[in-house]
Design a protein around this ligand. Sequence first.
Ligand SMILES: NC(=O)c1ccc[n+]([C@@H]2O[C@H](COP(=O)([O-])OP(=O)(O)OC[C@H]3O[C@@H](n4cnc5c(N)ncnc54)[C@H](O)[C@@H]3O)[C@@H](O)[C@H]2O)c1
Length: 232
Amino acid sequence: MGDRFANKNALVTGAASGIGRAVAVRLAEEGARVACLDRDQAGAEATAATLGHGALVRSCDVLGGLDVLCNAAGIGRFEHFGDVSADGWREVLSVNLDGTFYVTHAALPALLEATGAIVNVASLAGLRGQAYSASYCVSKAGIVSLTKCLAVEFAKQGLRVNCVCPGGVRTPFLANFAPPAEADPELLARLNLVARLPEPEEVADTIAWLASDAASSMNGVALPMDYGTIAG
Ligand SMILES: NC(=O)c1ccc[n+]([C@@H]2O[C@H](COP(=O)([O-])OP(=O)(O)OC[C@H]3O[C@@H](n4cnc5c(N)ncnc54)[C@H](O)[C@@H]3O)[C@@H](O)[C@H]2O)c1
């Protein structure tokens, strides 16, 4: 493992599970001090306990500048559009899009001070329309747009803002995406070109690269990680 994040500070949301957890582990393995945020306190503590390097479980303002922010916390579900309640719509938008806004807004001064990098976890769902997941798609399209807006607004200050757009990833999250009753199999078949799913560590590998100096020219990118699904 390299040391691309030696002496760097990182903040990872959704760090208790799946992609966020894998990102926290990866950044710490490469030398970062990682603050782990999650509504699942016990899970975040479990992640932090594996990291060393003075890992923290809550957001804190004692970091002297923030080098990496990864917004991975998110929720989603499959349901017929007619079954989407106003509360359910609001919940998905609130966690995924508003949550990304709140954390990014709070972290921005420290990120600018350190000339850091943000990597948001969007989704392939943010790049196209998908059946049975309107609230999720809209929330992720919002994250793609927020990523590009911030990339442009802060480019001159050296802050880079990118996002990854995975198709499916093998995490507990997928349990929420059981097809709804009477789902059209043709529409479900459009979701992924190949049956393979990446492990969260593979996504974390790409996120770490985007956050590192090796990706210094990458800004405003929404990177599909979908085995070619959206290519054709
Ligand atoms: N797994 C997939 O197939 C897949 C595909 C594309 C994108 N994504 C995105 O990747 C991100 C991570 O998902 P994952 O697959 O690792 O899922 P996961 O369920 O394993 O992890 C998500 C984490 O987010 C946390 N979280 C949820 N709501 C929160 C809130 N309000 N405040 C703080 N923490 C909260 C959960 O407690 C959990 O630890 C999500 O944004 C998801 O939309 C996942």
